[in-house]
Design a protein around this ligand. Structure first.
Ligand code: AP5
Length: 217
């Protein structure tokens, strides 16, 4: 199955995409994670993306589309994939349809929107941190490590926060979502692909709503 998770920054796209990968074997394709890996590796793409990402703006469509077009051809996407953070503009949505047509993979099966209020998004993003060693995600209020200061998964004791989780960058990211990403929802609605779930619910309840939406015809 080929699924798109759409929603503002901090809506829970990454959390739910990881779960779907674990439970259903559909590869999580997070453009944010791919870009952060490119920045960390200092590739030409990473050098172009670094400042744009830190400011909270969107990276150029042509760079993103080329990155995803290459990735979905990999064998680990054959069983299906969950797009997390892509498409984010009308141009990207149309490019996605074209690349799926050209690759013979068939169209997107379902688009799930995670709807969350802005004050909740800000609270989720402001409290988010991750293990510097293995990347396991935590939250000051919603998901502390079992032993304070020690990663549950790898025992690491260093933690990091994303540079674009600063308040000024979060305001720019929310604006980018409102102006550039939300306008693509009607495109998927018109095709009968869009299902909206209550992203304000608990992680487990959001997962149940997504599973129901995926199982509907
Ligand atoms: P990206 O990495 O995609 O960031 P984002 O869309 O801003 O989303 P986040 O990763 O912040 O949040 P999420 O929705 O995945 O939520 P999460 O599950 O982590 O993009 C970063 C940047 O890269 C962009 O700004 C742009 O510059 C660039 N970029 C990426 N893709 C691009 C594209 N296609 N085009 C152009 N540029 C692109 O959850 C957040 C927190 O909330 C966590 O702590 C989690 O534990 C907690 N949480 C999750 N669900 C719940 C729940 N139900 N209840 C309570 N807490 C919850």
């Amino acid at each position: 199955m080929k699924v798109v998770l759409l929603g503002p920054p901090g809506a829970g796209k990454g959390t739910q995409a990881k779960r779907l990968e674990e439970q259903r074997g559909w590869k999580q394709l997070s453009t944010g994670d791919m870009l952060r890996a490119a920045v960390a590796a200092g590739t030409p793409l990473g050098r172009q993306a670094k400042q744009v990402m830190e400011s909270g703006q969107l990276v150029r469509d042509d760079l993103i589309v080329a990155m995803i077009a290459e990735r979905i051809r990999e064998p680990d996407c054959a069983k299906g994939f969950v797009l997390d953070g892509f498409p984010r503009t009308a141009e990207q949505a149309m490019a996605l349809d074209d690349m799926l047509n050209e690759s013979g993979r068939g169209a997107i099966d379902r688009v799930i929107e995670l709807a969350v209020d802005e004050p909740a998004l800000i609270e989720r993003i402001a409290g988010r941190f991750a293990c510097a060693k293995c990347g396991a995600g935590y939250h000051d209020k919603f998901k502390q490590p079992k032993k304070v200061g020690v990663c549950d998964r790898c025992g690491g004791t260093q933690f990091v926060r994303r540079p674009d989780d600063r308040a000024e960058a979060v305001a720019v990211r929310l604006e980018a979502y409102r102006k550039q990403t939300a306008p693509i929802l009607p495109y998927y609605q018109a095709q009968g692909l869009l299902k909206t779930v209550d992203g304000m619910a608990s992680t487990e309840e959001v997962a149940r709503q997504i599973d129901r939406a995926l199982n509907e015809d």
